[in-house]
Design a protein around this ligand. Structure first.
Ligand code: PLP
Length: 503
């Protein structure tokens, strides 16, 4: 394999006059050379010392850039040998264009993303090994659509202990993330005559769309600093309500004790189903999280959980803790959807819980995310002291209220020109309201959080809205994969016909 020792051969466009730090420039130049396939997998990069000398900068600058690209998986390094371009990226660039075709920004404040670099690979691998070494061949048969019994047992123990649920293995249906769980629940509720689901406003835009796509209507109910407005909710004719009581998405507030009680009283009086999305309750930093509603009304509450925040969204591990009345119907819906979730992964998850690995991982993750949240709050206080942060100390993102006159879309556009990706709240609002940003800190180091927020402050000071009046409004679809797929479909559609509605 060819080894280069010259910066000139790498064609890295770095300059002291670009207004961005040198390490960011080196990092971005290398990242895009790898993304575009100009630097191929296995290519040996110059040593940090050689590259720094060539570029006339200190070695520390190049070390920082290499470290970041190693963490992101663009580079690999083994002790005593050169740092090389990783092969994962080659596979991506050699195949058809990647689904998320957008280039990786230097700072991505995507809300709700856990840090994928801290996934407990070793412990997960040993759970997988143990399962494959010790399980009978039956694990390779079509699964029980409700999920592996051992997993449902381990999970019910975990949830009852940490979330205050009243879960029983026989009342759990395993599914592919919360996303599938919600669709299964909608299918079953629709069969049973449910027509409308009340949702939080602001609330998760994708979930609202999923409910509608399952043939159910939605009623958006205002959220204030005490959670969903239960007085308004109870005045509606909804047959079910979907909410995030432990940590509201996206505002970060907690449903107040009086509203929890009023909600459950109303639901049991009127036989309304309560769909509880407990998506990131494990991450509360200032005290223990409030317990799940399910523990107070196991026959009214359909509890939905997921390993997407605690471990990784790519596992697609989710679960429904169901009232007795619905559990078999949910298992049947799961059977009809896909014949059940993969058994081996579920058993690895069970082993992971049983050996205390999930608790161990969460203890570490909580510590890391708490420090990142503190870093974000501190950086915001320092650089943008007039902007209000809402919500409790929890989760993987915070919400920042923008002052009147500062639009979300122009700010997103201006930030993207500086390789900073931020996310406006508007996609998650049903009714119009003031501007706000969702700043996810889960996958950024403390140094990057500080640098990204300082860059954001500089952009706000410059005044993105006045200097760029004519910027096109970026799509409100904030999931880059969804946006990219929709753009591809739109680009390939024959002229004069419309197959997809907008967002
Ligand atoms: C509010 C909310 N609930 C649940 C989830 C988990 O979804 P899934 O398990 O499908 O990854 C997410 C993920 O971003 C979320 O934002």
């Amino acid at each position: 394999m060819k080894r280069t020792t010259s910066a000139a051969e790498l064609l890295l466009p770095v300059s002291r006059n670009r207004g961005r730090s040198m390490h960011e420039q080196v990092e971005q130049a290398l990242r895009s050379a790898i993304q575009t396939g100009r630097l191929k997998a296995g290519f040996a990069l110059p040593s940090t010392r050689a590259l720094a000398e060539d570029l006339g900068m200190s070695r520390g600058v190049v070390v920082l850039a290499y470290e970041q690209l190693l963490a992101e998986g663009y580079l690999t390094a083994t002790r005593g040998s050169a740092t090389r371009v990783a092969s994962i990226r080659q596979a991506v660039s050699a195949a058809a264009a990647p689904i998320d075709a957008e280039t990786t920004p230097t700072y991505d404040f995507r809300p709700s993303s856990p840090d994928l670099t801290t996934f407990p690979r070793r412990a997960w691998l040993s759970s997988l090994r143990r399962v494959l070494a010790s399980s009978p061949n039956a694990i390779f048969a079509y699964p029980d659509p409700a999920g592996a019994l051992r997993t449902r047992e381990a999970l019910s123990g975990y949830l009852n202990r940490t979330r205050g649920t009243l879960a029983q293995p026989g009342r759990i249906v395993m599914c592919n993330g919360f996303a599938q769980g919600l669709r299964l629940v909608c299918a079953v509720l629709r069969e049973r005559g449910v027509k409308t689901v009340a949702v939080e406003d602001p609330g998760h835009a994708g979930q609202r769309a999923d409910i509608n796509s399952m043939g159910l209507g939605t009623h958006a109910v205002r959220v204030d600093e005490r959670g969903i407005d239960v007085a308004r909710l109870t005045a509606l004719k909804a047959d079910a309500v979907l909410l995030t009581p432990a940590h509201q998405f996206p505002t970060g507030v907690v449903l107040s004790p009086d509203r929890r009680k009023a909600l459950l009283d109303w639901a049991s009086r009127h036989r309304v189903w309560v769909l509880e999305d407990d998506y990131d309750a494990e991450f509360r930093y200032d005290r223990g999280p409030v317990g799940a509603l399910q523990g107070l009304a196991e026959d009214r509450v359909i509890y939905l959980g997921s390993a997407s925040k605690t471990l990784a969204p790519g596992l697609r591990l989710g679960w429904i803790v169901s009232p007795a009345e619905l559990v078999d119907r949910l298992a049947l819906a799961k059977l009809h959807a896909d014949h059940g979730s993969p058994t081996v992964d579920q058993l690895a998850f069970a082993d992971f819980i049983e050996r205390g690995e999930l608790d161990r991982h969460l203890r570490k993750a909580r510590h890391v995310y708490r420090r990142r949240r503190d870093a974000a709050v501190e950086a915001l206080r320092r650089h943008l002291p007039s902007l209000k942060i809402s919500g409790v100390a929890a989760g993987l993102h915070l919400m920042l209220t923008l002052p009147p006159g500062l639009g979300e879309a122009p700010l997103e556009e201006a930030a993207s020109l500086d390789s900073l990706r931020i996310y406006g709240l508007r996609a998650h609002r049903k009714r119009p309201g003031g501007g706000a940003l969702l700043l996810g800190y889960g996958s950024l180091t403390e140094a990057r959080i500080e640098a990204g927020i300082s860059l954001l402050a500089a952009i706000i000071r410059k005044g993105p809205s006045s200097s760029r009046r004519s910027v096109p409004t970026r799509s409100t679809v904030w999931d880059p994969i969804e946006r990219s797929l929709k753009e591809r479909i739109a680009a390939s559609r024959p002229r004069g016909r419309t197959y997809l509605r907008g967002n």
